[in-house]
Design a protein around this ligand. Structure first.
Ligand code: SF4
Ligand code: SF4
Length: 66
C-alpha cells in the first residue's frame, strides 16, 4: 500500500516532503515523487496521510490502484 503523486497536478510546492514520517517523498526530475516501497500511507504514525493533509491541490496524491 502506498500513495503516488499525480504528475499533472503537482505544483512542486514542496510542502509534502518534510511532513512524511518515512522520508518517502523526494523532488524528482519534474515534480515531487513518493518512493512506493517505503510509503506506509502513514499507518502507525498518523490517522491520515500527512502528505495529503498538507497538499494544497485536490486529488494530487492518490492511492496506487491495486
Ligand atoms: S502517505 Fe505518509 S508515508 Fe506515504 S508519502 Fe505520504 S506522508 Fe509519506
Ligand atoms: S504538497 Fe502536493 S503540490 Fe506540493 S509538492 Fe507535494 S504533491 Fe506536489
Amino acid at each position: 500500500m502506498a500513495l503516488y503523486i499525480v504528475a499533472e497536478e503537482c505544483i512542486s510546492c514542496g510542502d509534502c516532503e518534510p511532513v512524511c514520517p518515512t522520508a518517502s517523498i523526494f523532488e524528482g526530475k519534474i515534480v515531487f515523487e513518493i518512493t512506493k516501497s517505503t510509503c506506509t500511507e502513514c499507518e502507525g504514525d498518523y490517522d491520515v496521510p500527512q502528505c495529503v493533509k498538507v497538499c494544497p491541490v485536490d486529488n494530487c496524491i492518490l492511492p496506487i490502484a491495486a
